[in-house]
Ligand binder design. Structure first.
Ligand code: FES
Length: 651
């Protein structure tokens, strides 16, 4: 569909999945902190990957390489996207992508004309269709998280063994025979392995595969099955659950699947779900069962997509917030929901995949991410691991934007963390025309004084406004001056002078001021239309003020100024879809050059992948618990005053 400048027309929409989507110029320019860091309106771009047919939407600034990696599409690389290996060759089939200086060295002029580019150098401002050739390098390392290069050292491994048959002269037991052949590891045996070992050794003529997770022999299989070692990384979100199947011997993502949490009927947020358990203890069993169903269905789906036998999945990892983790493990979350907000434990004991309802290898292990506290959970531990917050020399700010916003500031020498209750504005729940980021949700809003342009998820007519659309709409209204710094929609008569084409959208619904984003129903019928109300703007201001107060206090604790932050990572299922420029414009993040603010993707899921691929990284997640100093905001006498100050939008 096309855009229009007609303030009352209904065709101000672009379907986000449609081909040839028109989008405004991407945000660019490394402006100085003193100047206006925002050089253009918001945009998100569609990337279509061939031959696997995956379409993803990303904010500006995300490289093709990262977008592919976050969505389970393997692109060759040995440098992890740092521009040194020149292996990440892809062909742009449709769309315009400028040639980078590195491209000119990696490709001939003919290849460049044919669309060949290095994926880690491609940051596109328009939609593209890209062909990804098959992998040619058998990797020893995988690129995961925020450009992290992880040396493959999974806990799950297989060893093919050709053993001597026992005799009267050789009386070693079946187990001793296997353990002696794997003498570089100090193994102990799982009961399951002992149950099968005698039969398997004899049936397979003593040519068997030892199946090992960590230091435990969990199985013995006939013949050589070493080519089949898989793991599944789960991001167990409150709203959405995502599973990624990984080939643990190569680090290659094989398939990704996601679904809405089956716990949704018990409430959109963790507090409602905790309340449901408090009111009826039987609910705990139901919520646990629903978490298991979600995880297991996704496990089945990714295995089916990749043609992998679930029995070859030897380990899974699960990153979730503290409440979701408690529920998945069948532990009463009530103490998390009432002061003083105590978890049952920070570290989890040995857990099997079967304990969280996942039907893979019967003795497969489950790595469950540890939590810092009731409101800084395992999803954040995984996110910090994926972002390498404790490895990077640069001072960085990690902001996971959601109902509860987790904020971590620091570098490899020190880390400070806090949690700010941002409320449900970003989920769309507290917004009059709000909805989840599903088909029909307005996710991008762009305005000029004369016209308004919407981008809608899916090939669907606009049905409501999701969190990123809300942020865009408010940021654009502030930029044009239709909202003043205090968050008040300006009077209609003033709007004519500021944005004549948009002034008719600024109107009244009952006693409330509203701005109509998309007209529906009879001409001028505001109630049937999709609009942003004055109260919606207030909800966003509260959320923004909570987050900004959080990072402002962390900066003060560290004795730093905003300009000392070298990179801001916008994380989480909502944060990674925010336009960095608009996050700056609203004051959600410090006023910095826009290129310092980057989308970090689904870092919780990435951290879970890292834990499966590397024992070292898994240990790093545990170490993080000691490295982050938690700053409690509610202890601060000045919190309220600072919160009120932050309600204003930046000048
Ligand atoms: S990933 Fe190595 S050059 Fe692009």
């Amino acid at each position: 569909m096309t855009q229009t400048s007609d303030a009352t027309a209904a065709s101000d929409v672009t379907a986000a999945s449609g081909a040839g989507v028109a989008s405004d110029a991407a945000v660019g320019g490394d402006a100085t902190a003193a100047g206006d860091p925002v050089t253009a309106g918001p945009a998100r771009v569609d990337l279509f990957f061939e031959p696997n047919g995956t379409r993803v939407r990303v904010p500006p600034g995300v490289t093709l390489f990262d977008a592919a990696s976050w969505n389970g599409i393997a692109i060759d690389s040995t440098c992890g996207g740092h521009g040194t290996c020149k292996k990440c060759k892809v062909r742009i089939v449709d769309g315009v992508v400028p040639v980078s200086p590195l491209d000119s060295r990696a490709f001939s002029p003919g290849e460049l004309r044919d669309g060949w580019r290095l994926a880690c150098r491609v940051v596109t401002a328009t939609d593209v269709r890209v062909h990804v050739p098959p992998l040619v390098t058998r990797p020893k390392a995988a690129t995961v998280g925020v450009g992290r290069q992880v040396i493959l050292r999974p806990a799950a491994q297989k060893r093919y063994l050709e053993l001597d048959e026992p005799s009267l002269a050789d009386q070693a037991t079946d187990l001793e025979r296997v353990l002696a052949a794997v003498d570089d590891l100090e193994l102990r045996a799982d009961l399951h392995a002992l149950r099968v070992i005698g039969r398997v050794l004899r049936a397979a003529d003593y040519k068997v595969t030892a199946v090992i997770v960590d230091d435990v022999l969990i199985d013995v299989q006939q013949g050589d099955t070493t080519g089949r070692v898989y793991g599944i990384a789960f991001d167990l979100g409150t709203t959405t659950v995502v599973a990624t199947l990984l080939d643990l011997s190569t680090g290659t993502p094989m398939a990704v699947a996601s679904m809405l949490s089956k716990q949704q009927p018990f409430g959109a947020d963790v507090i409602t779900r905790i309340s449901a358990v408090m009111m009826d203890p039987e609910t705990l069993g139901r919520l646990t069962g629903l978490a298991h169903e979600s995880l297991n269905e996704l496990a089945g789906e990714v295995c089916q997509q990749a043609g992998v036998d679930p029995a070859d999945v030897l380990e899974v990892a699960m990153a979730g917030n503290a409440t979701m983790t408690h529920l998945a493990l069948g532990i009463d979350p009530e103490p998390l929901g009432v002061a003083p907000f105590i978890m049952s434990t920070r570290l989890w004991p040995e857990v099997l995949a079967a304990d969280i309802g996942v039907s893979v290898h019967p003795r497969a292990r489950a790595v469950v991410f540890p939590s810092f506290g009731a409101y800084v959970g395992g999803d954040i531990t995984a996110g910090l691991l994926a972002a390498g917050m404790d490895r990077d020399a640069r001072t960085r700010l990690f902001v996971d934007v959601g109902t509860n916003c987790e904020i971590v500031l620091g570098n490899r020498d020190w880390l400070l963390g806090t949690a700010a209750p941002a409320g449900p504005a970003f989920e769309g729940a507290a917004i009059r025309c709000g909805m989840r980021a599903a088909d029909g949700a307005i996710e991008v809003v762009t305005m000029t004084p004369d016209r308004l342009e919407l981008k809608v998820i899916g090939d669907a007519p606009p049905a409501g406004l999701c969190g990123s659309g809300l942020v865009d709409a408010v940021a654009e209204l502030v930029r044009l001056g239709l909202l003043d710094r205090s968050g008040r929609l300006i009077p209609e008569e003033d709007a004519l002078g500021v944005a004549p084409g948009l002034a008719p959208r600024l109107t009244q619904l009952g006693k409330e001021r509203v701005f109509v984003l998309h007209w529906l129903g009879e001409p001028g019928d505001v109630a049937q239309s999709i609009y942003l109300s004055q109260r919606d703007v207030r909800e966003l201001q509260f959320a923004k003020a909570a987050i900004a107060t959080g990072w402002d206090i962390l900066l003060e604790e560290a004795g730093l100024q905003p300009r000392d932050i070298q990179q801001v990572l916008l994380a989480g299922s909502f944060g990674s879809y925010l336009s960095p420029a608009n996050a700056i414009r609203l004051g959600l993040v410090p006023r910095l050059p826009v290129l310092r603010v980057v989308s970090a993707g689904n870092v919780a899921g990435e951290g879970a992948k890292m834990a499966l691929l590397s024992m070292r990284e898994r240990a790093g997640a545990l170490a993080l618990l000691e490295e982050v100093r938690y700053v409690e905001l509610s202890d601060r006498a000045d919190f309220n005053d600072r919160f009120v100050e932050q309600l204003q939008f930046p000048a």
